[in-house]
Design a protein around this ligand. Sequence first.
Ligand code: PEP
Ligand code: MG
Length: 589
Amino acid sequence: MADGSTDTERSRVGMKQLRGTGASPGVALGPVVRVDRWLPPEGRRIGPAEITVESDRVAAAAEAAARDLEGLASDLVTKGLPAEAAIFEAQAAMARDHTLLEAARARIAGGVDAATAVRGAADDAAAQLAALDDPLIAARAADVVDVGRRIAEVLDPSAVAPQVSLEAPSIVVAADLAPSITATLPRDRLLGIALEQGSPTSHAAILARGYGIPAVVAAAGLLDAVGSAHARTIALDGTSGEVTIEPDDETRAVLERTVALARTREADEASDAAEPAVTRDGVEIRLLANIGAPGEAAHARALGAQGVGLFRTEFLFLERRTPPGEDEQATAYREVVEAFAPDPVVIRLLDVGGDKPIPFLRLPAEANPFLGVRALRIAGARPALFETQLRAAMRAAAGLPPGVVKVMAPMVADGVDADLLIRLAADARRSLATSGVAHGEVALGVMLEIPSAILTADAYFGRVAFASLGTNDLAQYTLAADRGNPQLGRYQDALHPAVLRLVGDAVSAAERAGIELSVCGELAGDAAGALALVGLGIRRLSMAASSLPAVRRVLRAATVSELERRSADALRLPDAAAVRAMFADPPAD
Ligand code: PEP
Ligand code: MG
C-alpha cells in the first residue's frame, strides 16, 4: 500500500500524477464525475416560543432517521452484505446518540431551527473526531456528518442532498464520500472512486472493497488537480494508490492496455480457479483463503479457494463502543461458513491488544506491545470475550459435520495456552447445551507464531485437531524484528532459514501427532514462499484471495521432489535473500 500523499506532478502538459493510498484493488480509467460537498440552504432564526417545539422535532426526526438507517442495513443483510450493513447500523446508533441530540438542542436554545442545529452539531462532532490522532476514529467523521444530514432531511424534506447519477461509466471523485452516498452510487456504472480524504478503513473504502470497485483515498491535492469540470479523464490504481489526471496519449494507451490486461487476467483467473493445485508429480496442495470480513467470501470462492484457512475476526470488534454480541458474531461466521460448506472455515479468535487497541477493552498501554498482553493472553482476565466468540462459532456450526467449522487461538506459546483454549471451548459448549441453543462440533487448533509453540509441540499437539503457521509473527519473534519497522527489511522476510527450520520442525511434530498443519502467514501467498513451504512438507496454504491464481500457477509447474531438494538446501543458506534466489527460477526436474 502506498505511503501518504506526495504530489509527484509530472511536467508533461496537462497530465498530473498524485499518489494517495490504495483502498480497494483494481485499475480504472474513465471520465470523472465530481461529487461536491452539498451545501444546505441557510438556516432560519427562531424565537423563544419555538424552542420546545423544535427540540421535540429534532428528537423525533433523529428516531425516524435511525429507523431509516436500520431499514437500509436490513436491505444489505438481505443482499448478503452484513459487514456493509453494520456501517448503517452504527449510524443508526449515532442518530440516537444523546450527546448529538443534546448538542443540537443547545443550538436550538441559541435560536436556530432544528435542521440547521442538528447539521451544525454533527459537523462539530465530526471535526472533533477528525482532529484525533487515531486514524480509525478520525475515519468516522464522514459518518457523523452523514447522520446529521439525514436527520436534517427528515426535518426539512425540501433540503435533500441531490442523488449522484452516473450517465455513463465513470470514476467518482470527491473530498470524502458519506456511506449513504457510496451505497447508492449505481454500481453498474461506477468504474472507481478517488477521494482526497478518507483512509482505507473509512466506510467509503470498506464499501468499495465489498463491491469490488477500485478505490484510492487520501490523494492530497486531488480536487485541485481535477478542477471543477466533469468528464475529464482520470485513471487510478487501487493497489499502488496512484492517480493520473488527464493522461496524455502515450500514458492513456499504457493505461488502457493495463485495464484490458487486468480484465483478461481476471477472466483467465476465474476460468483457472476450478483447476486444483496439483504439482507435476501429482501432489495436490490445498489452497485456502485468508479473509477479514464475510463480504470477501464470494471473491475468494470465485478465485478457487477450497475453504478459509484464516478468518480474522478483528473486523467485528474495530470501530465500535461495545463488543459485538453473540448473535451478530454467529450471523457473520455462519455467512462465511455457508459460502464454503462443506469446505472448512477456520475462525481465528480475537487477535488484538498491544498495537491494535480496542477502546472498549480498556487494555493498559504497554512498553512492548508485541510482547505483551495480546490475543489469547487477554483471555486470562477476560474469558467471556473469547467464550462468546466460541459460542458464536459453535452456533455457526449447527447442523454441519464436525470439522467444517474450526476455531484457532492466536499467540499460543505452549501447551498451557492450548489447554486454556480447550477449557474455554468446553465452557462455551456447556453453556450452549444448558440453554438448549442449537450448535455443532468445532475443531480446535493453535496458531504457531511463537517459536516456543513449535519447540514444545510434541507435548500438546495430541490435544488439538490442527495447527496453522502464522509466519508473519513467527518471523518477527524468531528474528527479534518488529514486523512494522521499515528499517528492518532484511530481518522481516519469513523465508529466512531460521523460520524454515521451525516450519520443518512443525511439519514433523504434526506428522508424529497425526494432526493437520497449514500455513496462513503471508509466506503462503508468495510464489517463492509457497514453493519452499511445499518443499518442507506443507500441503495446505492459506493466503489473500488475490494471491491464489499466481500460487496455483507456480505449484502446477513444480515437482515436489525438486522442491524437497531445494528446501533441504535452503536450510543451510545464510539468509532469506539467498533462499529467495534459490526459489526464483521455475523449478525444473
Ligand atoms: C501471522 O502472524 O502470520 C498471521 C497470519 O497473523 P496476523 O498477520 O494477523 O498477525
Ligand atoms: Mg499473527
